[in-house]
Design a protein around this ligand. Structure first.
Ligand code: NAD
Ligand code: UGA
Length: 458
């Protein structure tokens, strides 16, 4: 079969794998190849056991793989063959040198840009899919212009807005697709080629364009706003606990204001995930770089409230359980940073588990999809931790349960049975407010929701 175009994606992670699977699924006339430096990841993409859990992803990978979707470690060949290259490598926070702990670590990105330069034999469109600091495209253009073979590269910014757990729905019905480009004739031509790909399934009015820097900045600002909204609602949970207001009632009341909307108002133990913190730190770093300290401090506070919220959850557990957790057995319901994913990157569960171990509690962790990652995250921790896929088995003999991830399955458990198997007094700390608190109290639990008065028997 001859294909209309060859698309390459460098970086086969959560974003690269899922976005390319969707493009392959919606555009059978394009050949889509995903390359990665990690051979295990590529082998998993080629197996029945995909490297990430994402509802609906396996179905589209299986239906396209080997037809117009390919996974390989042959990066050089991939670059040579491609007309359009998406760059979807990881952009973690720098852990060393200037900007350590704040700035984006661009080593993976720069290696990729240099490899594209070395291997290219023809002109190409380079699409920034990863979340990059503002003006990264400029640096990429400069590296790519070092070629001596008269090859032309157009760099576009096309940030990804999918959320894990709903990635396939987000990709199939995106709120918007954003493409940033230069307004030069070749920049506009490149932009139109990318629009043509998305137009195979995304309505035209949802494909928006901007200059490159606005596009890069919009991605960081979108994540900062989303995280800010959760930090904002979470900041009032402590207030509610003190004043006997109910955070869910407050969230409902403000969410019905159409100017505010009702999404992203679920109170929690704090937001996690691989991106919010790193992207806000990246923004804060850029603000300081431009001398905008007040703006930097404003956004840094969003992260500070999140740290406070995680700490507050553990402090509530400690004080409720008579100020000592030593030797007590605590079961964590969930370890993933949110439901419907096995991803534990920056999961609040890691912080909570570590703090509970510091208090010498024994931990039992249960999660439908994240136990392998939990084992890796807690490997070498100095304390007693065990794992069970079965929540009943996990809670058996425990003094307390802490709901860390909002998995649906936890709502329908037989809590009478669980209560009977636990040490008394039995505690539930619902870090996601997903359980029926009154019912749990009537069963005999001491119940500590987030942002609502506790229901206790003493
Ligand atoms: P990831 O760590 O899951 O995947 C990145 C992949 O790139 C890894 O498999 C790694 O081996 C590979 N890689 C690194 N350097 C490479 C190189 N030189 N050549 C080939 N492969 C290389 O990361 P991710 O979660 O997919 O995120 C990728 C980017 O997308 C980040 O910038 C992130 O901020 C952004 N993003 C992520 C999400 C999300 O939900 N995870 C959503 C939107 C945007
Ligand atoms: C987030 C954004 O939603 C995506 O648009 C973005 O593309 C992505 O980051 C990224 O750049 O990586 P993601 O982190 O996958 O997606 O998941 P979210 O649904 O945003 O949840 C993030 C965290 O906030 C989770 O820990 C979740 O439990 C928490 N959360 C979310 C709350 O505590 N309350 C809410 O109301 C919503």
């Amino acid at each position: 079969m001859t294909f209309k175009k060859n698309i390459l994606c460098i970086g086969g992670g959560y974003v690269g794998g899922s976005t390319m699977a969707m493009i392959a699924h919606k555009c059978p006339h394009y050949k889509v190849t995903v390359v990665d430096i990690n051979p295990t990841r590529i082998a998993e993409w080629n197996s029945n056991n995909l490297p990430i859990y994402e509802p609906g992803l396996d179905k589209i990978v299986i239906s396209t793989r080997g037809k117009n979707l390919f996974f390989t470690t042959d990066i050089e060949r991939g670059i040579k063959e491609a007309e359009i290259i998406f760059v979807s490598v990881n952009t973690p926070v720098k852990t060393f040198g200037a900007g350590a702990g704040m700035a984006a670590d661009l080593q993976y990105w720069e290696k990729t840009a240099r490899q594209i330069l070395e291997c290219s034999e023809s002109s190409k469109i380079i699409v920034e899919k990863s979340t990059f600091p503002v003006r990264t495209a400029f640096a990429m253009e400069r590296i790519l212009s070092l070629n001596e073979n008269n090859i032309h590269f157009d760099v576009l910014s096309n940030p990804e807005f999918l959320a894990e757990g709903t990635a396939i729905k987000d990709l199939e019905y995106p709120d918007r697709v954003l493409i940033g480009s230069r307004e030069t004739p070749s920049g506009v031509k490149a932009r139109n080629e990318l629009i043509e790909i998305y137009a195979n399934w995304v309505p035209k009015d949802r494909i928006i364009t901007s200059n490159i820097w606005s596009s890069e900045l919009s991605k960081l600002v979108a994540n900062a706003f989303l995280a800010q909204r959760i930090s904002s609602i979470n900041s009032f949970t402590a207030f509610c606990e003190k004043s006997e207001a109910d955070i869910n009632e407050v969230a409902r009341a403000i969410g019905m204001d159409s100017r505010l909307g009702d999404k992203f108002l679920n109170p929690s133990i704090g937001w996690g995930g691989s991106c919010f913190k790193k992207d806000i730190f990246n923004l804060v770093y850029l603000c300081r770089h431009y001398g905008l300290d007040e703006v930097a401090n404003y956004w840094e506070a969003v992260v500070n409230i999140n740290e406070y919220q995680k700490e507050r959850f553990v402090r509530t557990m400690l004080s409720a359980m008579f100020n000592t957790l030593a030797g007590k057995k605590i079961c964590l319901f969930g370890f993933a940073f949110k439901a419907n994913t096995g991803d534990t990157r920056e999961s609040p569960a890691i912080f909570i588990a570590t703090k509970l171990i510091d208090e010498r509690a024994e931990l039992v962790i249960t999660d439908p999809k994240a136990l392998n990652n939990a084992r890796i995250d807690l490997n070498g921790i100095n304390g007693t931790v065990s794992y069970s896929e079965d929540p009943y088995e996990a809670a058996d003999g425990c003094d307390a349960i802490a709901v860390v991830t909002e998995w649906e399955v936890y709502k329908d458990l037989d809590f009478k049975k669980i209560f009977q198997s636990m040490v008394k007094p039995a505690f539930i700390f619902d870090g996601r407010n997903i359980l029926n608190h009154k019912q749990l109290f009537d069963i005999g639990f001491n119940v500590f929701p987030i942002g609502k008065p506790a229901l206790t028997h003493f």
